[in-house]
Design a protein around this ligand. Structure first.
Ligand code: PGA
Ligand code: ZN
Length: 398
C-alpha cells in the first residue's frame, strides 16, 4: 500500500545560500514525503560524495527514479535504500550523489509514515522503541571551517544534561547563546555568527572557555539544572605536515593528546568530538584509554557514519561515541546500521546536523526513533530551530 508512484527532484536553497537537493516521494494512498539534503564544510575524507545539486539531480533522475517508481514500496525502507545503492553502483554514491540519495531515502520514509498515519519517529523506531527525547548539544562559540578568524577549536557546545525536559534544554541553550553574546559585547568584542549560528569572535580558545563557562554558570544558576560543556575540535582541519596547527602554535600528536586530556579535566567536558585527525585510530585509542571514563570521545570525520570504519574503531578502542550524519553515508538504512553497531558495542550515538542545512527536520525524528542520548543541531537560526522545535513538538505530543 506504499508503492512509490512518483519521485520528483528539485534544487532548493540551503542555509549558506548554496543549492541543495530536495526530493518528493508520492505513493499509493496519497502518501507524500518531502526531504532535503544538508551539506558539510568540514567534511571527512571518507564521506560519501556530494555532487553539485544539478548533477546529482540529473544523475538520480537517469539512474534511480525508474527503479523506484512502480517497483518499490516506501514502507520497505531497506528496499528503497538497497535500490538507491544498486542504482548508484559505486561504494560512495559518487554516481548519483549522496545528496540525491539521502534526500530520496528520507522522503520515502516520510511518505510511508504519511500513509501509515504515524509520526516519522515511530515509523523509523518501531512501536516498542518509546519516545525518549535526546539532549540537544548547542553550538555557542565557534570557528574552524565554519567561521574564518574565529577560534581554532571548531565548536564550543552547551550540553544541558540536567534539563528535566527537551523544551527546558532547548531554551537553556538559547539562553546560554544570548548570554555569550552579552558577555562578548561587555568585553568589547564584536562577533558575527558562523555557519551554524554560533558566535564567531576573534578570541583565543582559552577566552572562549572563559566566556562559555561564565555564561553557563549564569544560566545554570537561574534555571537550576546542570549544563556542561562539549567540543567539536574537528582536528583533521588543524592537522598539517604531521602536527596540529593552532595559528603559530604547533602540537605534536602526543601534545595534542595531553592538551585534550587536560581540557577534559579542567573543564569537566561532557563530550569531545574529533579531538585527533581522522586517520589516527591509535592516538584516538590512547586518548580514550586516558579519559574515556570521564567523557564521550566521539568520532565524526573518524567514522563518517560508516560501519566498516566504526568496526575498526571498536576493534582498536578508538572512541566511545559516534556522530551520525545520514548524508555522510547516503541512506537512512546505512545510518541505522551504524547506530545499531554502535549501541551493541557500548558506543553512544549522537545524531547531527551539518553546517549547511535546510528546514528539514528528519534528524529530530531519527534521534527519537533510535533513542539517541544526544542530538547536535545548533541553538538558533531557522534551519536549526526547525529541528529543535520539532523535538519540542514530539515531546509534547508523544
Ligand atoms: P560540517 O561540520 O557539517 O561542516 O562537517 C559539522 C561537524 O564537523 O560536526
Ligand atoms: Zn564534527
Amino acid at each position: 500500500m506504499t508503492l512509490i508512484t512518483d519521485v520528483q527532484l528539485r534544487k532548493v536553497l540551503d542555509s549558506r545560500g548554496n543549492a541543495t537537493v530536495e526530493a518528493v516521494v508520492h505513493t499509493e494512498r496519497d502518501g507524500f514525503g518531502r526531504a532535503s539534503a544538508p551539506s558539510g564544510a568540514s567534511t571527512g575524507e571518507y564521506e560519501a560524495i556530494e555532487l553539485p545539486a544539478d548533477e546529482a539531480i540529473a544523475q538520480a533522475r537517469e539512474h534511480a527514479v525508474s527503479r523506484l517508481v512502480g517497483q518499490v514500496y516506501a514502507g520497505d525502507q531497506r528496499m528503497v535504500d538497497r535500490t538507491l545503492t544498486a542504482a548508484d553502483g559505486t561504494d560512495d554514491f559518487s554516481r548519483i550523489g549522496a545528496n540525491s540519495a539521502v534526500a530520496i531515502s528520507m522522503a520515502a520514509a516520510k511518505a510511508a509514515a504519511d500513509v501509515l498515519g504515524a509520526p516519522l519517529y515511530q515509523h523509523l523506531g518501531g512501536t516498542f522503541r518509546g519516545s525518549d527525547v535526546p539532549t540537544p548539544l548547542g553550538n555557542m562559540i565557534g570557528g574552524g571551517e565554519h567561521a574564518v578568524g574565529g577560534t581554532h577549536i571548531q565548536e564550543y557546545l552547551s550540553a544541558p544534561v540536567g534539563a528535566p525536559s527537551v523544551s527546558d534544554a532547548v531554551f537553556a541553550n538559547a539562553a546560554v547563546h544570548q548570554t555569550v553574546g552579552e558577555l562578548l559585547s561587555d568585553r568589547g568584542v564584536t562577533a558575527n555568527k558562523g555557519d551554524e549560528g554560533a558566535w564567531a569572535p576573534a578570541i583565543t580558545d582559552e577566552e572562549a572557555f572563559d566566556v562559555l563557562e561564565s555564561a553557563i554558570a549564569e544560566v545554570s544558576d537561574e534555571l537550576g539544572f546542570r549544563i556542561e560543556i562539549g567540543l567539536d575540535v574537528a582536528a583533521s582541519e588543524l592537522f598539517a605536515d604531521g602536527s596540529y596547527q593552532y595559528g603559530d602554535n604547533t602540537r605534536t600528536t602526543d601534545e595534542q593528546i595531553d592538551y585534550i586530556a587536560e581540557l577534559v579535566g579542567d573543564h569537566e567536558l561532557a563530550y569531545v568530538e574529533d579531538p585527533l585527525e581522522e586517520n589516527d585510530y591509535e592516538a584516538f585509542a590512547r586518548l580514550t584509554d586516558r579519559v574515556g571514563e570521564q567523557t564521550l570521545i566521539c568520532g565524526d570525520d573518524l567514522f563518517v557514519t560508516n560501519t566498516d570504519r566504526l568496526a575498526d574503531g571498536i576493534g582498536s578502542g578508538a572512541a566511545n561515541s559516534i556522530l551520525i550524519k545520514p548524508n555522510q553515508i547516503g541512506t537512512l538504512s546505512a545510518a541505522f546500521d551504524a547506530i545499531e553497531l554502535a549501541v551493541e558495542n557500548g558506543y553512544e550515538p549522537v545524531i547531527s546536523h551539518r553546517s549547511g542545512e535546510t528546514e528539514d527536520a528528519t534528524i529530530a525524528h531519527l534521534a527519537v526513533g533510535t533513542a539517541a542520548p544526544f542530538i547536535k543541531t545548533g541553538a538558533v537560526g531557522g534551519e536549526r530551530t526547525a529541528k529543535l522545535n520539532e523535538l519540542i513538538r514530539i515531546e509534547d505530543t508523544a
